[in-house]
Design a protein around this ligand. Structure first.
Ligand SMILES: [Zn+2]
Length: 439
């Protein structure tokens, strides 16, 4: 069973070695004009001129890209897609200057998401998450990392990760589950240092062994930030997680520099994420390591903060950057990964090639999948996205628009979207309708 993708204006391959691109390497997205892509048994077998591919695969199904742009499917390496209620009321409160602590006192913030998730059944969470993951996929993502972290109890963290496992079986998109039991100290463990230690004990000695035994997570993540988990606590949780066979990631240096990036490098984390306040020492540590720096500019944008992670300095120092949505109900409720690319270019001052590499091959590296997805190259999974664009620079340019026309995962159709198919532009307004203008 073979398929040939022909007639693309550009094929953005992002091809090269099976590892993250760092520093100046990020500026080469491998854009080809006039190339076709052959897929056999779900894997890319060749990237070559159309005539060569048609000769080699005379019986192949032909997919005509119609003069549009074909890229690797996007890899969204940081989402918190398992939650219940939306938290839209906090947006106006923040705009009015209400602080984080006061929002929490009024019943908002992460603890409200925890209480809400705990009250819901697995089936309820599944149907909410299924819709949300489908929306994420509709913007061009073919691999999506999904964290737990709004349960913060043994049963509720297991419930969240079981939802991810069910979605993984039921949906064509590739999902990567991450256990984030260390997202926050739950309210009932905050009254004393010894209760706090009890929670860390629960994480390491009860949750982790069960999650590892059931194979419910590929990564462990910790929110390492002053006021949440300290560097030493983060180290002990992540070391235990690595010993249990999980890969490790961490939320680090989001608001204050406190050695989170350096800790990630010390522990061999696959990624250190956020880094809005990374120190020069943290940049130097990342630049000399294989840890990917995952930047989440949508979060700072949505919160109305003016400071963004110093992507330019990080790339110039030789670090590997990935971009992700940070999709979550509190600080980044967007499904739109291409909008994050726009922010990468406009706010983080990345080139379009750097942003594309950050959202494909480097996102894959941030999930330990650099040899499987994120590139259009022989041997890679046929995870592809077709865009309503003649030039790849249109993807971040038409900001906020949904230009993704279709995606394929392992060579099978995942998402499809006909452009402008619901507009009825040719139909005149009906008489007496609200569209009639009044003098
Ligand atoms: Zn996060």
């Amino acid at each position: 069973m073979s398929t040939i993708f022909i007639n693309a204006a550009q094929v953005v391959t992002c091809s090269g070695p099976p590892r993250a691109r760092r520093g100046a390497e990020m500026n080469d997205a491998g854009i080809l004009d006039g190339a076709g892509v052959a897929v056999v048994e779900g894997s890319i077998s060749a990237v070559a001129p159309r005539e060569d591919l048609e000769r080699q695969h005379p019986d192949a199904e032909i997919i005509d890209c119609g003069g549009r742009v074909l890229t690797p499917g996007l890899v969204d390496s940081h989402t918190h897609a398992i939650f219940g209620r939306a938290r839209y009321e906090e947006q106006e409160q923040r705009a009015a200057g209400v602080g984080y602590m006061e929002i929490a006192r009024r019943g908002g913030g992460i603890h409200s998401s925890v209480a809400d998730l705990r009250s819901r059944s697995e089936d309820d969470l599944y149907s909410l998450a299924r819709d949300r993951v489908a929306r994420l996929a509709s913007y061009g993502s073919t691999t999506i990392e999904v964290k737990s972290g709004y349960g913060l109890s043994l049963d509720d963290e297991l419930k969240s990760l079981r939802v991810v496992a069910r979605l993984s079986r039921d949906l064509p998109v590739r999902l990567v589950p991450t256990w984030l039991g260390a997202h926050e100290i739950p309210l009932d463990y905050r009254e004393s240092d010894s209760r706090r230690r009890d929670y860390i004990h629960l994480l390491v000695h009860q949750m982790l062994p069960l999650i590892a035994a059931e194979g419910l997570a590929r990564f462990a993540d910790v929110f390492c930030e002053p006021g949440v988990f300290t560097v030493d606590e983060t180290r002990s949780i992540l070391q235990a997680s690595a010993a249990a066979g999980l890969g490790i990631k961490l939320h680090a240096d989001e608001l204050e520099p406190h050695g989170g990036a350096e800790l990630g490098v010390e522990l061999g984390a696959v990624s250190a994420d956020h880094l809005g306040a990374i120190s020069d020492a943290g940049i130097a540590a990342l630049a000399s390591s294989s840890t990917v720096a995952t930047l989440l500019p949508g979060t700072m944008f949505f919160l109305g903060r003016h400071r963004q992670a110093p992507a330019r300095r990080m790339i110039d120092a030789g670090a590997a950057i990935s971009l992700a949505t940070d999709f979550n109900p509190g600080t980044s409720p967007t499904f739109n990964f291409p909008l994050i690319l726009t922010l990468g270019v406009s706010q983080l001052r990345m080139t379009v090639a750097e942003a594309l590499v950050a959202a494909t091959v480097n996102g894959a590296a941030a999930l330990g999948l650099a040899a499987r997805t994120g590139q259009i190259a022989p041997g890679y999974s046929a995870d592809l996205a077709l865009w309503e664009a003649e030039d790849v620079r249109e993807i971040p340019y038409w900001y906020g628009d949904r230009r993704c026309m279709g995606t394929w995962v392992r060579g099978k159709p995942c998402h499809s979207h006909k452009p402008a198919d619901n507009l009825n532009l040719s139909r005149p307004p009906e008489p007496g309708s609200a569209r009639q203008s009044r003098p």
